[in-house]
Design a protein around this ligand. Sequence first.
Ligand SMILES: Cc1ncc(COP(=O)(O)O)c(C=O)c1O
Length: 373
Amino acid sequence: MAYVVDLRSDTVTKPTQAMKHAMVNSALGDDVYREDPTVNALESKLAALLGKQAALFVPSGTMANLIATMVHCNKRGSEAIVGNLSHIYKYEVGGAAHVAGVLLSTVANKPDGTFDLEELERRIRGDNIHEPITSMVAVENTHNVCGGKALPLKFLDDLGVVCKKYSLPLHMDGARLFNASEYLQVPARRVVRDCDSVSVCFSKGLSAPVGSALVGSCHFIEQARRVRKMLGGGMRQAGVLAGAALVALQEVVPQLALDHKRANILARTIEGMFLKSFSVDVENQHTNIVLVTISKDSSLTAEQVLQRLEQVCLAETQGDCKTTNDEGVIVKATEFDPKTIRFTLHREITDEDLWLAIMKITYVFKELHAAEK
Ligand SMILES: Cc1ncc(COP(=O)(O)O)c(C=O)c1O
């Protein structure tokens, strides 16, 4: 048996004791009739927290983004402009095209998760009979593929000005919005100030078992409510889930800084190994996601490294790379592309887990690097 440190994603987090208690004890009603007091409490609390008029509890982040796209792009022949590395574009199964009939046009994401605003302006279409109708711009904050980067407030402010100039709704995929707010050291309402809609996930680093929410004006949320029903996302006694999400806001948001600190320690340790094959951009390490880049000159692939991290060999357990119970250590991580590995820190990773993960990663990286020479 080996001890597993699971750094694949913050979505692997399970509900806390307080969440389980809330799931059993929260007051319930039929949320499609708007009679679930726990869902209503969650929606009011989140709307107030983000400085918007209303919120809507939905089953997933993917559905939240799709609903926002369908509300903002409600004319046939609409397009939404998104980053080419955004979750909406890369990982939501093409729902905008398939379900909403919306064309996703991309602008190139920079390594910090932003994009060029002049390029955006060039891409916004005017009133031309040959072209689709630009109806939404979306950003992702923190930006997952860019390594959990919090978008700079200056960028968001400037983007807000551009969107207003063209009367374009601005949507934020804020699956990890509270990580951005923690990193920037400003309240979440400041981060989303210029956004017309925001999606927030409770089931990632916030550790709730299920659930996301959309936030915006009363008018936007009323339309979103209809679209949610159409997509089959109208849940009945959803207070069972909203109760856990309320606890997530109260109990887990204040702890996100710990995940960021641990991610920083991991990033600095990898950088401190000075191995040419593996690099981390420590200066731009913002939140709970650590990206490791495998050098182009190396023949190693992310898949090979991940496979090795999931194996335990006799030599490592004969040395120090083991738990106090003499168990070998397995580290699980995610391949972003053939040369990029993602480690994600989250509430279930303790200081001891981090230490074991660091031992294993150090052992494996040094071994693979030595074998290449
Ligand atoms: C940035 C981002 N947006 C949206 C989603 C979608 O969330 P869900 O898995 O709840 O559909 C994810 C999921 O990992 C994500 O990382």
